[in-house]
Write a protein that binds this ligand. Structure first.
Ligand code: SAH
Length: 214
């Protein structure tokens, strides 16, 4: 176990199991993926705390519980193709990559994308493809996706993402204003779309053509 292993185990026990994270595959992955590798050296000691952390460029890596919660809501079984919008540090993509067959992730800030790519290489997470773009238009070339996760909050669900979602498929996204959002789960099944409100959350802005303009 690396020197952060104890903190990571405690995180899984106290922040995830004790709440409502019950998917054993998600719990196993959360106890494996080295979250401290996705934050700056100065922040590593706080990597397993019960809170989000700054990752530069005014952005944040979500609290571990939120990462686990959103991941669990996607109900991955191992064979899926998943699209993430908002690579940030790369941590959420890394967690997903251990639970599905291929992750595509899109980030609009170059410095963050470059950092995430470096970490994926270092940890040998080879089933993640990342690109610099406005993710609100999706990544049409590789769709449809069995699951789509948006890790920034927008004013609505971007239409291109609904189009690029497979049937059956699940999409999770924070929707609301620039202060507070509802975490919405959209389920596509037999040609129908249903939307569920899961929780009240606070994310950084989804900026783009189908998001906020700034
Ligand atoms: N999943 C990330 C969380 C990063 S915070 C992690 O695990 O660290 C949200 C990220 O979404 C920010 O990096 C922000 O730059 C990015 N973002 C915001 N709007 C975007 C858009 N339209 N396309 C792609 N990325 C976007």
């Amino acid at each position: 176990m690396d020197q952060y292993g104890t903190g990571r185990e405690r995180m899984v026990q106290e922040q995830l199991r004790r709440r409502d994270i019950t998917d054993e595959r998600v719990l196993a992955v959360m106890s494996e993926v080295p979250r401290h590798c996705f934050v700056d050296d100065a922040m590593r000691g706080r990597a397993y705390g019960d809170h989000p952390l700054p990752i530069g460029a005014g952005q944040t890596i979500s609290q571990p519980y939120i990462v686990a919660y959103m991941t669990q809501a996607l109900g991955l079984t191992g064979s899926e193709k998943v699209l993430e919008i908002g690579t940030g540090s790369g941590y959420q993509a890394a967690v997903l990559s251990r639970l599905c067959s291929q992750v595509y992730t899109v980030e609009r800030i170059n410095s963050l994308l470059a950092g995430a790519r470096k970490t994926f290489d270092k940890l040998r997470y080879y089933n993640i493809r990342a690109k610099l773009d406005d993710g609100t238009v999706g990544w049409p070339e590789n769709g449809p996706y069995d699951a789509i996760i948006v890790t920034a909050g927008g004013p609505g669900i971007p239409e291109p993402l609904i189009e690029q979602l497979a049937d059956p498929g699940r999409l999770i996204i924070p929707v609301g204003n620039q202060h507070v959002q509802d975490l919405q789960l959209l389920e596509k099944k037999e040609g129908q779309v249903e939307i569920f409100n899961l929780a009240s959350v606070r994310f950084v802005d989804l900026v783009g053509e189908h998001g906020w303009s700034k």
